[in-house]
Design a protein around this ligand. Structure first.
Ligand SMILES: [Zn+2]
Length: 70
């Protein structure tokens, strides 16, 4: 299910995690050459992606909302 990004936080490994409108969290790593999301490394890029849609597998699975840790 496509869900909009509403915010971000960093996890304990300093990886960026997107907070989605549905209440789930999803990692948005930049880990080239496998995962290319250079926008996540800059403040401007992250701001531009507020409202962008990510495919939320947790919604597809009917998972309960993630607790927002930060
Ligand atoms: Zn979700």
């Amino acid at each position: 299910m496509k869900q909009a990004i509403v915010g971000y936080f960093r996890d304990e490994d300093d990886d960026w995690v997107a907070k989605l409108a549905c209440g789930h969290n999803q990692h948005v790593r930049h880990n080239p050459p496998w995962i290319n999301r250079p926008w996540v490394t800059t403040h401007e890029g992250r701001d531009e992606h507020i409202g962008a849609l990510l495919d939320c597998k947790k919604c597809d699975q009917g998972a309960p909302p993630d607790r927002i840790v930060r």
